[in-house]
Design a protein around this ligand. Structure first.
Ligand SMILES: Cc1ncc(C[n+]2csc(CCOP(=O)(O)OP(=O)(O)O)c2C)c(N)n1
Ligand SMILES: [Mg+2]
Length: 548
């Protein structure tokens, strides 16, 4: 006989869980006690939302469901944004929440809400455990569903009296199931379309940023020499430092990459997921668009591919590679001119000498200071667009950004999770002053865990991204500006080191020193978005339009 909460933890361990992120409550005390005696590390956070962001990022980086824990009611509601983050972002995550006893509760409705019902639209699977004997199968199912393509969030509710029961059930063995592969006729049709095109172009999306797709795609691209671009969440699957990179679709239109897209007569989308902001707007009859993904295309007014190759992406890439040879009629001359112009533009903007710093210069400074293996985790703000457009990612998941829920507040928690998963790699969190303050309390978690982290807080004393949109849309300035704490002293009050950059050179020196020093360093970086509207809406589209 085993205690149900012990069995629950054993079931998690059998699934390979080694961390649980969360905050306890009365109703989860038995589970907490079972965790104490296990090999799983409990990472206590200061807000459940941050625990959820950490678990989701853990899943994103490892492919194994990250586990987070909260109590009933307010603990569970605090997980909601993280559930949406994991679900939209296709990050495997299992949320575990407590509940009052199912039987003989004497507290009326105190703290009780329908958590399973609340999680319904935000998860792939949500269940209340009503018997101890169901625990092994339910944990297996929740983890399997979280990890299976398309990955996402799952939820189990463990009521207090069920957790306290004894059971003779035992953990189910884990089984490995192969993913289905694409059908030969679909592969033949796709290969024919690519072969016959004059200007084929590849797009790498979020779905290709998982599993073993990166290696397969690399050899496919190297052998065939077809240029590629990526979506924001597809960055790094293919080496963006190479000669075939045509940029990232950070905007939906008007950028250099869109000139290449317009000139292409066949676009192969590896792993495109419509949860990302549209990388380009499909129009009727312009070109063949091929959807290669684990699941069929979710048709949208801006995305309606004519051919679909549905099955394991890595296998589809390999199969397409088997069917194709470089073709003499393939003509990439215009794409080459687009690349040259784009690289010039990125280079020029990266040298901007203004201080407060421009975002393109910030990206350039970080790129100079970091090793390609290092990890940059972004919160959400205007700078994200520039990182997406300018950063040359050399490896998958070296730039963690969220172009799915695009929530503020995930930058610092995701960086803490990245530092736990990859202790040997340097991790930098880049946050706006707005997004940072949404989960800045997790500085304490980071200090307590002893992780090595650099946190850049980009200070414009405003919700800069929305301020830009407001001005662009012709609204009068209103409701965007705020004050900030003294970030240097704020960091110090947590036991971290705080720095304030007063010039580009000073920032550059502070960044390098922080990267070389163990522990937490926060650098306040004044940022200037004043030119961004002109750059993004006039200058870049004009330069892009001029490429011929
Ligand atoms: C949780 C959440 N609330 C609101 C938004 C809408 N929003 C997107 S960016 C942004 C401003 C971000 O401000 P900040 O973090 O300071 O970054 P900045 O653009 O100023 O660099 C807001 C309010 C959001 N994406 N997520
Ligand atoms: Mg700001």
């Amino acid at each position: 006989m085993a205690k149900a909460s012990d069995l629950f933890v054993q079931a998690l361990e059998a699934e390979g869980a080694d961390h649980v992120f969360g905050i306890p409550g009365e109703e989860t005390l038995a589970l907490l006690e079972s965790l104490r005696g296990s090999g799983i590390r409990l990472v206590l956070t200061r807000h459940e939302q941050a625990a959820g962001f950490m678990a989701a990022t853990f899943g994103r980086l490892t492919g194994r469901a990250g586990v987070c824990l909260a109590t009933l009611g307010p603990g569970a509601t605090n997980l909601v944004t993280a559930a949406a983050y994991a679900q939209l972002g296709a990050m495997p995550m299992l949320m575990v929440t407590g509940q009052k006893p199912l039987h003989d509760s004497r507290q009326g409705h105190f703290q009780i809400i329908d958590v399973v019902g609340m999680m319904q639209p935000l998860t792939k699977y949500t269940r209340q455990l009503v018997s101890a004997g169901a625990i092994p199968a339910q944990v297996r199912e929740a983890v399997r569903r979280a990890q299976e393509e398309r990955p996402g969030a799952t939820h189990l509710e463990l009521p207090q009296d069920i957790a306290d029961r004894d059971t003779d059930a035992s953990v189910l063995p884990t089984v490995y199931t192969r993913r289905p592969v694409a059908e030969a006729k679909a592969l033949d049709a796709a290969a024919d379309a690519i072969r016959q095109a004059r200007h084929p172009l590849l797009m790498v999306g979020a779905g290709a940023n998982r599993k073993t797709t990166s290696n397969m795609l690399r050899s496919f691209v190297e052998r065939l020499g077809i240029p590629f671009f990526s979506t924001q969440m597809g960055k790094g699957v293919l080496d963006e430092g190479g000669a075939l990179w045509l940029g990232t679709a950070a905007l939906s239109d008007g950028d250099f990459v869109h000139r290449a897209i317009d000139a292409a007569d066949c676009i192969v989308n590896f792993g495109h997921d419509v949860i990302e902001k549209a990388p380009f707007q499909m129009r009727h009859g312009r070109r063949t668009v091929i959807h290669v993904n684990y699941f069929p295309a979710v048709v949208d007014r801006v995305y309606f591919p004519q051919l679909e190759v549905v099955g394991d992406i890595a296998n589809s890439v390999w199969e397409l590679g088997q069917r194709l040879e470089p073709q003499p009629h393939w003509d990439f001359a215009f794409f080459d001119r687009v690349r040259t112009a784009l690289c010039d533009n990125i280079g020029t903007l990266g040298c901007d000498g203004r201080f407060p710093l421009s975002a393109p210069r910030l990206v350039a400074e970080l790129e100079r200071a970091l090793d390609p293996r290092d990890i940059t985790c972004l919160d959400n703000g205007l700078y994200k667009l520039w990182f997406a457009r300018h950063a040359r990612c050399r490896l998958p998941n070296a730039l963690l950004l969220d172009n799915a829920l695009a929530t503020m507040g995930a930058g610092l928690p995701s960086a803490i999770a990245a530092a736990l998963v990859h202790p040997g790699r340097k991790v930098v969190a880049v946050c706006g002053d707005g997004g940072f303050m949404m989960n800045s309390q997790e500085l304490e978690t980071a200090v307590r865990l002893g992780v090595d982290l650099v946190v850049l807080v980009l200070r414009d004393d405003a919700y800069g991204m929305i301020k830009w949109k407001q001005a662009h849309d012709g609204f009068p300035a209103f409701g965007m500006d705020y004050g900030n704490p003294d970030f240097v002293r704020y960091a110090e009050s947590y036991g971290a080191r705080g720095h304030r950059a007063g010039s580009i050179d000073e920032f550059s020196a502070q960044l390098r020193a922080a990267l070389d020093t163990p522990g937490i360093d926060l650098i306040e970086v004044p940022i200037d978005y004043d030119r961004d509207d002109a750059l993004l809406n006039d200058e870049i589209p004009a330069l892009a339009a001029a490429v011929d």
